[in-house]
Every structure is written in structure tokens, then in C-alpha cells.
Design a protein around this ligand. Sequence first.
Ligand code: PLP
Length: 413
Amino acid sequence: MIAFRSSATLSRIEISPILALSRRASELRAAGRDVIDMTVGEPDASTVSAAQAAAHAAIDKGLTRYTALKGTDELITAIVAKTRRDLGLDFRSDEVIASNGAKQVIYNALAASLDPGDEVVLPQPCWTSYADMVRLAGGVPVPAAGIWDARRGWRLDADAVAAAVTPRTRWLLINSPSNPTGAVSTRIELGTLASVLDANPHVWVLSDDIYEHIVFDGASAAHILDVAPDLRARTLCVNGVSKAYAMTGWRLGWGVGPPELIRAMTAVQSQISSAPCSISQAAAVGALQGPHGEVTRMRSDFERRRNALAEHLRALDGVEAPSPEGAFYFFPSVKGLIGRCTPDGERLSDDVALCAHLLQVADVAVVPGSAFGAPGWLRMSFALSDAELMKAADRLTKAFSALLPTPRDDLAD
Ligand code: PLP
């Protein structure tokens, strides 16, 4: 028998390190440990009730067959109306595709457009999956460093983006509010970025707007097409129901963009998955057309938890924790803790070692920043109940405070 051999393409990608960590936390829990999982990228609330009701109704009506490849007319109409409401832009139905989550929308776009060696610029830090999706589609991810500001957190650096663009660049991928940093790009930042795009008309924009409804302090997220409407002919807006409506398991996302791109993405989708689940599509229509009360409540829950966690993190020596402006992640710098020793004398040489230590001694799972291209930072989800979050904060405080300065002898090497 010839042993299984994975493709050269697959050997260039990893199983998401976040999923791997979350799995480790679940294993420890199954073994009886009281682990608090702060790696999660999903709201802790129930799916909004309008979506649940619409799904039940769809089952009752027998809407259980294949649908149109790009999604039902009802869903496409609901997405067009939502885009008009939130972005103030009118799109036609041939400019919309629904897929199995925003993740598949992004992959479809990359697979439909990249030739081997084509480049995609990724402002850092960014969601782990982007780079691997680019590789899987045959492209080359090109990181563009961000700017760290201890008060405001990570910011987009348009100069770094300009420096990363080459004649092979096909896409610039932006994400605001950001996973992992929680940063919400300002109109000024997006305007500066738009100037870089003006100077590089061959570069298309993929705007991942999945956290658009989770923005704090009464603000709302600016959008690149609001700031630079002329980019519409080369911009794909990606969105979905996962985060805003607590529907991660329903797997329903969409892309809105130029018709020739949507046609190409539809061709990819036709051969790998066909249309998304008919019941999920109906549920998404319910969510998009339903009242927004639960979404608003979820956002204020996240904001309260953000504020509570901020107080704890700010009090910690060696930690810089600017408050996220959106999404549900803190992304503190723990550079001040790297190199310190555990009470057992182990030197924590990087953020990965620090995360392993926190899981071991504090039963708290967090993601190392290096998974997002930012070694020395940590990502902590605050999509947990208030009680769990405070328990996690106490445990983190205890574990961080117990770390000792590196003995002088160890500093020599
Ligand atoms: N984009 C970002 C930035 C995300 O964080 C996630 C999920 O964690 C997704 C897209 C995927 O969303 P979906 O569940 O719609 O595939």
C-alpha cells in the first residue's frame, strides 16, 4: 500500500492554531479541569430569535432542497436591503453571493482570482486564516506591518501597505473592526489607504466587515467604500450572520462586489459546495429583517465586559492593554512579561510559552499573538459570561503577578 501523501500546497498550511488551542482547552475540560476558554471567536449568546423562528418556519414549509447556487431570491434581496441600510449603497442581485460563512466567501474570491505566485497584502496583525487561505489558493501572503500605539492599540500603516505592493499584488485585505486587535479604522486611516490604492489601480480590496455591528462607545465603523466610493469597481465587501446575530454554527456569509468577480466566485462555489444550507439561508433572512434589539443588547454586554476586563489588565505590571474599539477581543502587549520566570524557575521565552504556562497553572486558555503575526501579544476573547470573565481575570492576575524577574545569570545568554 502506498502511504497517504498530502499535496505540496497543503504542506504549506497549518490547521488553525486557534482551533488547536481551543481543542486542547476542551480536552483538559473533559479530563475534569475547570478551564476557562478565552480563545473563542464566537458570541456566547443564543442565536437571535427572529433567525430561530425563520428556521423553524422553513423546516415546516419543507424548504429542504437545493437552492439557487448564489442563494435564494429572498436572501439576496435581504442582503441588498441590508447593504443599502448600513452602507448607503445600492447593489444589484448579480453583485451578491451567499456562501457557507464569510470564510468561504473569502476563499471563493481568492480561488477565483489568484494565479500561482500572485500576492495578497495583509496588514498585521490579522486573522490567522487569511494567510493560509491565500496559500491554499496558490497565492503568496505579503505582510504589511502595523503601528503599535500603547494607548490606541494597533493601527493600519498605509506606508507599510504601499511598500508591500508590487506588480504581482492582486488584493489588499482589510478587516475593521479587527480580529485580533479590536481596532476600528478611522475615516482618516481609510482615506490614507485609499490614496495608496489610487496609486495602484491593479490592486483590489477585500473588506472583511464581519464585526461591523460590534463597535463600542456609541461609535460606528467607517467603511472604505464610504470614504472612497470610486473603489467600488474593485472592492469585495464580505460579511455574514456569525458574529452580529450569534449564528456561528449556521454557516452563512455573503460577498457584495463587482458582477464579474461574483460570477467567478459562483463558478468556484458550484464545484466545491453548491449553495449554502437552505434552512440557514431562511434563518439569515429572519436575522437581517428582524428587530435589532438582541444585537444591541449583545453589543452592550460585550462593552460592559470589555470595561471590566480592562480594569484588571491595566493594573498588571508588564502588560499594556489599550481598550478594543470593537469586536470582542483584547489584544494586550505582554512584552514586559516575556523573559520572566515561573515560580518553578522556567523562563518564559515567548508568548507561546506564556500561553502554555497560563493554561497549565491558571486553567485559562488564550491565543499567543504570534498566531496573528504579533509575537509578544496575547488575544483574549471576552465573549464569556460576566462571572466566567471575572474568574478568568482573577486567575490571570494571580498567574501574572507570580512571575519573577529573570535571574541575572540567565540574562548573559
Ligand atoms: N473574518 C474574521 C475576521 C473572523 O474572525 C471570522 C471568524 O472568526 C470570519 C471572518 C469567519 O466568519 P464565518 O463564521 O462567517 O465564516
